[in-house]
Design a protein around this ligand. Sequence first.
Ligand code: UD2
Length: 317
Amino acid sequence: MSHYVVTGGAGFIGSALVRALLEEGARRVVVIDNLLTGKEENLEEVRDRIEFHRTDIRWYEELAPLVRGADVVFHLAAIPSVPRSIAEPVLTHEVNMDGTFQVLRACREGGVRRLVYAASSSAYGDAETLPKTETMAPRPLSPYAVQKLAGEYYARVFYTCLGLETVSLRYFNVYGPRQDPNSPYSGVISVFMKALIERRPPTIFGDGEQTRDFTYVEDVTALTLKAARAPGVAGKVYNAGNGGRYSLNQVWEILQRLEGVQLPPVYGPPRPGDVRHSQADTTAARRDLGHQPRFSLEEGLKRTLDWYKHSARKVRS
Ligand code: UD2
């Protein structure tokens, strides 16, 4: 089994998955990305070992031949971000929902063995119980959450009604090297990293006591590879989280300590559509997929900070 397709493979998580596939000896890795949020430079060191196609998952005619006959398709292409889905509901709907449908359709018609779908922890919304288990009723709070959840539902019925093996993984606030800090929609840890390196205080939306199960990118890619192979999991949904929970205030404290600086954050109004608390129950993923997160938050933050510092030095020289 060694012919893979990664949609969104030039993105921060997608490119980490591409590297993980190559490290374990994949024969053929096809990357599909429209470079809207992804970047070719994320694939720089592996560029000559992959097939890169700049195309859009909404364009079925272009997509179908690229997917045909693959062993596994990892569907990570999406426009992430809760606030972006509020600012741009049409574009995000088209990419995240229609695009996902086209990928599923191409996989089914192209005889793909399994599709692994990058779903989102945002599906849980404001469900109050912690940690969040896959059996809880979803309560999406934003267009983004609805779009990612609809993708899961589609993935499930493509298995139950149309015979395509699918597994959905609800990624929980993934962070790590290569996450782009330069967009108004960037993930909070990448924004914190940039602020720290530039010795500026970050802006925290709300009181900073909201919590997230921040998950290091290599733990997520390891689990995603396991989901491609595990027996008896078709049609199912699993949490892809670390199992911990940290507030934004705590994360900023750790980062200041790691750098030996004091930069009190600026607090702004809370963000519409924001979830208050998020934490994964990892029981099912451990049991069925052999999930074993390796990186504590502090370890993941150290590695991530090293990468941002190194890339800031590269830019200066
Ligand atoms: C959601 C999903 C996550 C993933 C992601 C993709 C949840 C719980 N998580 O992440 O799994 O799908 O969407 O985009 O739904 N914030 C600041 N200052 C900043 C930026 C963000 O305070 O400069 C806050 C923000 O208001 C939120 C937290 O940081 O409370 C995390 O925001 P995020 O955009 O990094 O991710 P989030 O939780 O929306």
